[in-house]
Design a protein around this ligand. Structure first.
Ligand SMILES: [Fe+2]
Length: 527
């Protein structure tokens, strides 16, 4: 026990009046201590801390005071409430407490003295949960050293349950976020939105400043996708496509496939990476691999735990749960993209096969696609429409797969019946692609690329603005390419002759505005 005599006022000579007064003080103290159990009802942590400090002040009449919690490191103080203490003083007390703590471990004494403060450790199961700091004045009761430990003992019990409650409550919040996140996955949000929601949930759940994700593909050295997210500074939301942010720590977790926690970058082998995330100083970090069924999809990282505490196994657990959810989403998105790509590759192979059926039209679909995209850009269509026109151009003649080769390659003029067969190819194209959901918005291009502006085209004799705009674009590109290539029944026209023909047919076969744009485009590009 430390000698605290110097804190006490000189003892007055005992007489009946002072004995009576002492008795009165003892009664009040006893009352306060008995009602201390009420603090157990302040299950909310901050209310409890305030209540403990208030009791300590009533019992000891301190002129300045504070209450602090300890984190994972019990020698670190996280000051939660303080009264009349300067910042510099507080820093000094925290530093000295760090030194005193080692000595406390040996003795587990009831009270510590640091400078002109007495510190009351709140101890449960040989662990300091928090500390009450008091600077006593001359009014302090004589028996302060007997009373404070009783307060400390009772307060520690309440504090333990409040900390537990606080942790459980936070965990519950996190789990509810995980649940909401799971529901959003089912709601089919796009991958980018889901990634941001995921990073935001990771930040909330682990009390971090920054969360980031890096996705890998087998043989690619650098991440093909990465995103860093911070709630405090919205400017830190960015995607990194290059090597930025792909640090040695991320590389290590990718290679080893094991989670890694760094509690202090300054004292770690990753010291040089301290400023690598957009110049933000990284204090500590947890990195988790996204590795469902032995496939390394990527890694997730959280940095800079808020407050005075360090990353715990609970943070790692939460990231693992969240990680398994986002891995599921990524894997499915990848599978979906792969499926889509495989399907398009097959279709592309099919159109090449159609082009190959007729040696004169080899490369026709590719050229129509290229011309259509150029004209669409001239007409300033939206990006999503550009994608449609790309697919529409590539697949516009897919229905020709059902047309007999002898009709397709007939050198002379087609008779009426043969012409009717040829005219069926747009509708046949629709029936080929009708069941493919992701190509549904391309189907109108395929169906109507032979409509004429004056309503004399096929299959539906649509007129003017009733013809889908993108189909009107493909129609011009298709005709122009047919004119400028050799056919079984005629030689190719020159560029000038073909453009003249386009001019001549504007308003009858072609949309006049698009025809003008097309002619101008070819003339200025020279092809
Ligand atoms: Fe066609």
């Amino acid at each position: 026990m430390f000698n605290l005599d110097w804190l006490k006022p000189p003892a007055p000579a005992p007489n009946s009046e002072s004995l009576l007064q002492e008795n009165e003080t003892l009664k009040k103290q006893l009352k306060e201590l008995l009602t201390l159990d009420e603090t157990g009802f302040f299950i909310e942590l901050d209310s409890l801390l305030n209540a403990i400090l208030k009791k300590a002040l009533i019992l000891c009449k301190a002129e300045s005071s504070f209450i602090a919690l300890t984190g994972k490191d019990p020698s670190e103080l996280d000051v939660r409430v303080s009264n009349l203490i300067l910042e510099e003083k507080m820093i000094k007390i925290r530093e000295n407490y760090k030194k005193e703590y080692a000595r406390w471990k040996e003795t587990e004494s009831d009270i510590l003295t640091i400078d002109d403060f007495i510190l009351l450790p709140l101890v449960r199961r040989h662990k300091i949960l928090g500390v009450v700091g008091l600077k006593l004045n001359s009014d302090a009761p004589d028996n302060v050293c007997e009373i404070l430990p009783v307060l400390g003992y009772k307060a520690a019990a309440s504090l333990e349950s409040a900390i537990l409650y606080d942790r459980m409550f936070k965990r519950l919040l996190v789990l509810s976020n995980v649940f909401i996140f799971g529901r959003e996955i089912i709601a089919n949000l796009d991958l980018q939105t889901l990634v941001d929601k995921f990073l935001s949930t990771a930040i909330d759940g682990t009390d971090s400043e920054i969360a980031s994700i890096y996705l890998f593909r087998d043989k690619l050295e650098y991440p093909y996708f990465s995103r860093v997210f911070s709630k405090e500074d919205p400017n830190i939301i960015f995607s990194v496509e290059s090597v930025t942010g792909y640090t040695d720590l991320i590389k290590l977790v990718r290679n080893e496939g094991q989670p890694k926690t760094i509690n202090s970058f300054e004292n770690s082998e990753f010291y040089s990476e301290i400023n690598k995330i957009q110049g933000i100083k990284i204090k500590d970090s947890v990195v988790i691999p996204l590795k469902p069924r032995e496939t390394m999809l990527g890694v997730i990282q959280v940095c800079n735990k808020k407050g005075n505490s360090s990353y715990s196994y609970e943070d790692m657990d939460l990231l693992k749960i969240l990680g398994s959810q986002i891995a599921f989403v990524i894997q499915n998105a990848e599978l979906f993209n792969n499926l889509e790509k495989a399907y398009l590759d097959t279709l592309s192979a099919l159109t090449n096969a159609i082009d190959a059926k007729d040696s004169y039209t080899r490369g026709h679909s590719d050229r129509v696609t290229e011309l259509s995209v150029r004209l669409a850009k001239e007409a300033k269509v939206e990006n999503t429409d550009l994608e449609k026109i790309r697919l529409g151009g590539m697949l516009h003649d897919i229905g020709k797969i059902g047309i007999p080769e002898n009709i397709l390659n007939k050198p002379g003029r087609l008779d009426d019946h043969e012409f009717e067969v040829i005219k069926s190819h747009p509708v046949m194209g629709v029936s080929i692609l009708g069941g493919v959901e992701f190509l549904q918005n391309v189907v109108p291009i395929i169906k109507h690329h032979h409509e004429r502006y004056d309503g004399n085209g096929y299959p539906d004799k649509l007129k003017g603005g009733d013809i889908p705009f993108l189909a009107r674009i493909v129609s011009i590109a298709d005709t122009y390419d047919a004119m400028t290539t050799n056919r079984p029944y005629r030689k190719a026209l020159t560029i000038e002759e073909s453009l003249k023909e386009i001019e001549r047919c504007k308003g009858t076969q072609f949309d006049p505005e698009l025809a003008d744009l097309f002619v101008k485009m070819i003339q200025s590009d020279g092809h």
